[in-house]
Design a protein around this ligand. Structure first.
Ligand code: CP
Ligand code: NVA
Length: 303
């Protein structure tokens, strides 16, 4: 494994190895065992969109591994003034040991990997959010003891989270159902993958999709970059595409609720459901740190 570009690019074995290492790093972290496995290394973090969790967990994770992280905002980099990604990739490869990038186009991440010579980590694009989904799979496995055979449901926009959850869940042997409005389906490449790779269902009705679910995910109705569509999206999704008592009643007893955050209470999730599943949701947020440390060690140690 040279990069983390998308869940599509990972094998089941690679995902399992990352989750196992993440569990180990979490255990060590909780028990005060320090391993400076990336001592002297520098991770560049390019952000073309906002972030709380991704930025802080990568920066802290790199520090805990004995390295350092540089926060590189689009506003300050020459990329923001039009310097091509191909040149940025080749320049940064001469200074850094790895790059995490959060941007719009998936092709930018792929081009960094193509033109650069160091590991590239996708910290969210419009297409996918693999770092988040590794933490999500880690959290479900931690709570349920396994992934294989569980049913995962996603309610909401067929966005980057939906795309990565579908692929990640199916690759780990989960049944995956998605409920989204017509016109807001997941990416075609993901639906194509889902057709031939396990047990997948696309629904319009969230309650139907949630029948027998072991974990239900949701995400915001309007993602970063879609701010202007927020009003229209509220009309389309409002009152239907939400985790609430009705969707949970259709699920299995003990069904988990997960949200990548930030959450909009009263929109994609009710206040009541959010607060009664807050422990699981904040475990999920915490696991970003451990899962991403596992990704960085996998990609950057001994390189
Ligand atoms: N879930 C997630 O990626 O959060 P941030 O946007 O705060 O990084
Ligand atoms: N779908 C959301 C996820 C945020 C972590 C977005 O892209 O804004």
């Amino acid at each position: 494994m040279k990069h983390l570009l998308s869940m599509l690019a990972l094998s089941t074995e690679e995902i399992t190895e990352i989750l196992n290492l993440a569990d180990q790093l979490k255990y060590e972290n909780k028990n005060g065992i320090k391993h400076h496995r990336l001592a002297g290394q520098t991770l560049g973090m390019i952000f073309q969109k906002s972030s709380t969790r991704t930025r802080v967990s990568f920066e802290t994770g790199m520090y805990q591994l004995g390295g350092q992280a540089l926060f590189l905002s689009n506003r300050d980099l020459q990329i923001g003034r039009g310097e091509p990604i191909q040149d940025t990739a080749r320049v940064l490869s001469r200074y850094l040991d790895g790059i995490m990038i959060r941007t719009f186009e998936q092709s930018e991440v792929e081009n960094l990997a193509k033109y650069g010579s160091i590991p590239i980590i996708n910290g969210l694009t419009d297409f996918c959010h693999p770092c988040q989904v590794l933490a999500d799979l880690m959290t479900v496995r931690e709570h349920k003891g396994h992934l294989d055979g569980l049913k995962m449901t996603y309610i909401g926009d067929g966005n980057n989270m939906a795309n990565s959850l579908i692929v990640g869940g199916l690759k780990m042997g989960m049944e995956v159902t998605v409920a989204c409005p017509e016109g807001f389906d997941p990416d075609k490449r993901v639906l194509e993958f889902a057709k031939d790779n396990g047990h997948f269902g696309l629904y319009r009705d969230p309650v139907e999709a949630s029948a027998g679910a072991d974990v239900i995910f949701t995400d915001v109705w309007a993602s970063m970059g879609q701010e202007e569509e927020a009003g229209y999206r509220k009309q389309v999704f409002g009152g239907i595409y939400q985790i609430n008592n009705k969707t949970l009643a259709a699920a299995n007893p003990g069904c988990m609720v997960q949200h990548c955050l930030p959450a909009h209470r009263g929109e994609e999730i009710t206040e009541e459901v959010f607060e009664s599943h807050a422990d699981e949701i904040f475990d999920e947020a915490e696991n970003r740190l451990h899962a991403q440390k596992a990704v960085m060690v996998t990609l950057m140690e001994h390189k």
